[in-house]
Write a new protein. Structure first.
Length: 318
């Protein structure tokens, strides 16, 4: 981590937290996908769905933060009134995680290493494989708490960290956070975007693997590599429209480039720059990218299983 010269460093403690799962196995259960909320926007949900049985998913029995299961490592020790800067990394290959710290809020200040234009306080951080979130937590609720995954099974299987205030010796406490949905657009502005030079539509689809098989993944009807299908010209601005026509959320990533969020499920945003974005189940995300790094560029879903079974494409510069 390199701190910019302009960073005033208004925090008292800095911690780096890497989330992982262990001992992966194939299962019929998709452990990390949240159930649909009646209020969810699903602009890419088709009127006629593919009713073939879903294939096997990647599950895990064990979880950790900084390679320690909940309760196995040293607690994060804090003082009342401190501001703790947390650098969160989802270092896993398979699952989206949602973290909360009871009685506290996360002031999100950066996503994927880029400062957000509008820092906001949230109760839950959602972070997909490959994503990074920087947030400041004001330590203003003395006690001993569990910073952990909101899914009970994952938290009890290790995805948590004890946060211990000075002179507090009671057992660590957990309580469910207020119900909320992660929303990148909260951290952006309402500014307009320059018109792109070109628009590239990308449709993501699942080919169900059936009871004993593995799902396969298509981008615009094809699997990797899409040779010479996605061509970029140096210096031009491209609008990428990600249309997820599957019932899985996909954290999509493009190598060597940053993009700016334009909208997610119809909610506009500006100023939020990332290299990985979760495209929700049956959802849509639109980003703008300036072609400023010539050479072969890999685009893929950061879920390793999806990537292994077709969800990749090569972008080339003309």
């Amino acid at each position: 981590m390199i701190d910019p010269a302009t960073d005033p460093g208004r925090y008292d403690q800095e911690v780096f937290l890497a989330l992982r799962e262990w001992q992966y196995f194939l299962s019929t259960v998709d452990q990390d996908e949240m159930g649909a909320d009646p209020g969810d926007s699903m602009p890419e949900r088709r009127s006629i769905l593919d009713l073939r049985p879903n294939g096997l998913e990647v599950s895990a029995p064990l979880y950790s933060i900084n390679d320690k299961m909940l309760g196995a490592g040293e607690p994060l020790r804090v003082q009342p009134g401190q501001r703790v800067l947390m650098h969160l990394l989802n270092a896993s290959a398979a699952q989206i995680h949602r973290l909360a710290l009871p009685g506290h809020k996360f002031q999100v200040i950066a996503l994927d290493g880029n400062s957000v234009p509008t820092p906001q306080a949230v109760d839950v951080i959602e972070i997909a494989p490959g994503e990074r979130v920087d947030a400041i937590v004001a330590m203003n609720n003395p006690g001993v708490w569990i910073l952990g995954e909101i899914r009970t099974a994952a938290r009890q299987a290790g995805m948590g960290l004890v946060v211990e205030y000075a002179n507090q010796k009671q057992s660590a406490q957990w309580g469910p956070p207020p119900r909320s949905r992660w929303d990148y657009t909260l951290f952006g502005t309402s500014a307009s975007h320059p018109e792109p030079d070109h628009t590239i539509e990308m449709v993501f689809e699942k080919v169900p693997g059936g009871t004993n098989g593995i799902n396969r993944w298509l981008i615009n009807g094809k699997e990797y590599p899409h040779e010479r299908e996605f061509m970029l010209h140096q210096g031009r601005r491209y609008r990428l429209v990600f249309r997820n026509r599957s019932d899985d959320s996909h954290p999509v990533h493009i190598h060597r480039h940053l993009f700016e969020l334009v909208e997610v499920n119809g909610k506009p945003s500006a100023g939020v720059k990332k290299d990985t974005v979760i495209v929700p189940a049956y959802g849509r995300a639109t980003v703008d990218l300036v072609a400023d790094h010539p050479g072969l560029t890999l685009f893929h879903c950061h879920m390793q299983q999806h990537m292994d079974f077709g969800f990749m494409a090569l972008f080339r510069y003309a």
